[in-house]
Design a protein around this ligand. Structure first.
Ligand SMILES: [Zn+2]
Length: 60
């Protein structure tokens, strides 16, 4: 199941898979767990779980 998170500030959709990668990287480097709380690691804005919208769009 594919979960995607959207950052309204960066206007970017991040795949859950990619988020996990970033999260691990941040944890290793800065011991940051911001992504665990659904926070964009770039700008600190709360991410929106777009998978809940069920728009029926296929992944790009
Ligand atoms: Zn952002």
């Amino acid at each position: 199941m594919l979960t995607r998170m959207y950052c309204p500030k960066c206007e970017k959709t991040v795949k859950r898979e990619r988020l996990e990668e970033i999260r691990k990287e941040l944890k290793d480097r800065f011991e940051s767990t911001s992504l665990d709380e659904g926070i964009c690691p770039v700008c600190g804005t709360s991410l929106i779980d777009v998978s809940k919208r069920q728009e029926g769009q296929s992944a790009p």
